[in-house]
Design a protein around this ligand. Sequence first.
Ligand code: 5GP
Ligand code: MG
Ligand code: MG
Length: 184
Amino acid sequence: MEPSDMGSDLESVLLTEQQIHDRLAELAAEIERDYAGREVLFVGVLKGALMVMADLSRAMTHSVETDWMAVSSYGSGTKSSGVVRILKDLDRDISGRDVLIVEDIVDSGLTLSWLMANLASRGPASVEVCTLLRKPDAMKVDLKLRYIGFDIPNEFVVGYGLDYAERYRNLRVVGTLAPHVYAT
Ligand code: 5GP
Ligand code: MG
Ligand code: MG
């Protein structure tokens, strides 16, 4: 069930809770297959990846190590610039480690492209990406995204970790907001 104000703020539901969980279970199985015998470190990118990290990591059948980064991208308005500042760095050294970046959404891909280069410079064994959502815009940057949950239309979405002014992260679905939300 959704808290009542969130339901009426939605214009459409793009992905249901069930669709998200089913897809994350598939991705977890793929990840386990691909990393069989290796210990992968999940690196979640705050704050959007909160829910993906929670459900993807719990869909794994063995324990995984997790860590978090928080980055902020300088940009004009809603477009990120690719100039990134680290707000919270990893707690661990990743040299020699297999790193899997866990993301909520890749839009322009500029932030992630910076992050991948930054982590790669620390000497890990590998750096791959698992993102729940990808927008067509992401194709503008040449990024290797190993695990992708869903390709979605070029619309602003909220829910399942994704916010509008820090709200709606707790929505269980991914959807678009009704126009009246932006008007207030
Ligand atoms: P990029 O550098 O890929 O353009 O920006 C990615 C970041 O922009 C995401 O981590 C997310 O914070 C934000 N973002 C991009 N598209 C959306 C969207 O549709 N909804 C929300 N809530 N955030 C988005
Ligand atoms: Mg993100
Ligand atoms: Mg946001």
